[in-house]
Design a protein around this ligand. Structure first.
Ligand code: HEC
Ligand code: HEC
Ligand code: HEC
Ligand code: HEC
Length: 370
């Protein structure tokens, strides 16, 4: 009897161990030290995940040169890519086919084959806006995407609708409601690392110009008009930070020094890149995707009728640089054209100082570096 119990105990123990280890990620890991030793500034990444998330398809055929007639001279209804050579225009169509359209539909996903110039399919109307959006990212937001830039593939990865996206969540009540409104709390959600943080960190921070400030710490020890961070704001900010970390596959110290999460001069340069990334995502969602609300059919919208939008995971998919930092733009140079306009620096950002209106400036002794 005793022997049986012992054997049972061992078996259960083994089973539990296997279950426990099952929760660990197997396979080779890479460690990178990003700051002084002993300060916990290390990043540990799963090599096989990197290889998977950084796979890039081969170009459909070699990129033709930019000579010959322009697309606007050859075709009837070209409104964005008019200046591109016809040969390169056709090449980009073949790439969009590969990057976005379902293989069984191909060109016909966006086109009526009887009349290629027609805009009757909503997918073509969306694709035209996406062309403008992609050019805008690559020219106006080089503060974030640098020279690497993005193509349709960075988000779409061969799917008509990108895998990682968000819309206002089901069950989100009117924010003013008091009864039964948990403000997204106690609803464990992957977006915020299953923590008991507000489960929708996106709606308030990642769309449009009117987005809220991401702040936890007060800028002064005394109550003041500047001290406007409520506990709820702090929780939401942390929720967004959980998303940012998960999206990039890094921990908090990839950007912050825990001596002060606020201080820009203690933070790594990557936090500055992230700062511009947040503004870029607001621009993408506010100016480009939300404006397509009336174009998307109901099955392409969330439960509240808003189109699916972009967050950090849409491009990053668990890597600190999407697709491992490889640029696909040399095979799609037409996506880099457009007017370069630097986005305005905002208050409280990296290196923000004199340009900030006096009313918004913090007292010199209490700057962001404290
Ligand atoms: C994801 C949507 C999408 C797919 C897939 C797509 N196209 Fe297009 N196509 C567009 C858009 C958008 C335009 C208009 C571009 C502009 O306004 O600058 C366009 C324009 C064209 C035109 C110009 C028609 C005219 O006279 O105005 C041709 C030709 C064309 N596409 C061919 C193709 C071919 C061939 C394929 C398949 C290899 C293809 N397209 C796949 C979205 C798509
Ligand atoms: C920053 C990320 C991002 C980039 C870059 C991007 N898209 Fe999209 N695209 C989206 C999201 C998010 C949706 C989903 C919107 C929805 O379904 O409500 C979408 C939807 C679409 C759709 C509609 C598909 C459908 O079946 O309803 C088309 C077509 C499309 N994109 C084409 C393109 C093309 C072409 C490019 C490159 C010129 C491109 N996209 C680049 C994020 C992106
Ligand atoms: C990829 C870079 C990045 C990572 C990773 C990251 N953060 Fe942040 N964090 C930022 C940026 C950028 C801001 C400022 C946002 C703004 O001003 O719009 C910020 C702001 C904050 C603030 C607010 C500081 C203030 O001024 O009140 C706190 C607190 C914070 N992060 C905590 C965390 C925690 C905790 C983690 C890990 C779960 C984390 N962050 C992960 C980039 C990052
Ligand atoms: C439209 C696609 C796209 C989206 C959306 C996006 N990023 Fe990026 N991000 C990039 C690209 C491309 C790079 C690589 C730039 C380079 O080569 O240095 C990058 C680089 C970064 C880096 C620098 C990494 C390093 O090791 O130097 C950080 C940090 C970062 N992104 C944070 C964010 C955060 C936070 C968000 C969400 C608010 C976000 N990104 C959303 C495309 C995107």
């Amino acid at each position: 009897m005793n022997g049986l119990v012992t054997r049972l105990t061992i078996a259960t123990g083994l089973g539990a161990t296997v279950l426990l280890l099952g929760g660990c990620e197997l396979g080779p890991k890479q460690t990178q030290q990003t700051g002084y030793r002993g300060a916990g500034l290390d990043q540990i990444v799963d090599v096989s995940h990197i290889q998977k998330a950084a796979a890039i398809p081969a170009a459909p055929y070699a990129l033709p040169d930019d000579s010959g007639p322009r697309a606007s001279e050859t075709y009837q209804n070209v409104r964005v890519l008019g200046n591109v050579s016809t040969e390169r225009f056709n090449h980009l169509m073949a790439e969009m086919n590969q990057w976005v359209a379902p293989p069984e539909q191909g060109c016909n996903y966006c086109h009526n084959p009887e009349n290629m110039a027609s805009d009757e399919k909503y997918t073509k109307v969306v694709a035209r806006r996406m062309l403008q959006m992609t050019r805008n990212i690559n020219t106006r937001w080089s503060t974030h995407v640098k020279q690497t830039g993005v193509t349709c593939y960075t988000c779409h990865r061969g799917n008509a609708v990108p895998e990682y996206k968000w819309a206002l969540a089901e069950g989100t009540l009117d924010p003013m409601a008091i009864r039964g409104n948990k403000h997204g709390q106690n609803t464990p959600d992957k977006n915020v690392g299953y923590a008991s943080l507000p489960s929708d960190p996106f709606a308030e921070y990642l769309q449009g110009a009117g987005a809220k400030n991401i702040r936890v710490a007060s800028s002064s020890p005394f109550p003041s008009s500047d001290h406007i961070v409520s506990i709820k704001d702090a929780e939401k900010s942390y929720g967004l930070m959980m998303h940012v970390s998960t999206a990039l596959g890094v921990n908090c110290t990839y950007c912050h020094n825990t001596q002060s999460f606020r201080a820009w001069n203690l933070s790594r340069a990557q936090r500055g890149t992230a700062y511009y990334g947040i503004r870029m995502v607001r621009d993408i969602n506010g100016d480009y995707i939300n404006s397509l609300r009336s174009v998307f059919p109901a099955n392409r919208k969330g439960p509240h009728g808003d189109p699916y939008k972009v967050n950090c995971t849409t491009c990053h998919q668990g890597l600190s640089k999407p697709l491992g930092g490889v640029s696909m733009l040399d095979q799609a140079p037409a996506l880099r054209e457009g007017p370069p306009v630097a986005p305005a620096q905002q208050e409280g950002g990296p290196g923000a100082s004199k340009a900030v209106p006096a009313a918004f400036r913090r007292p010199a002794a209490m700057t962001d570096n404290k």
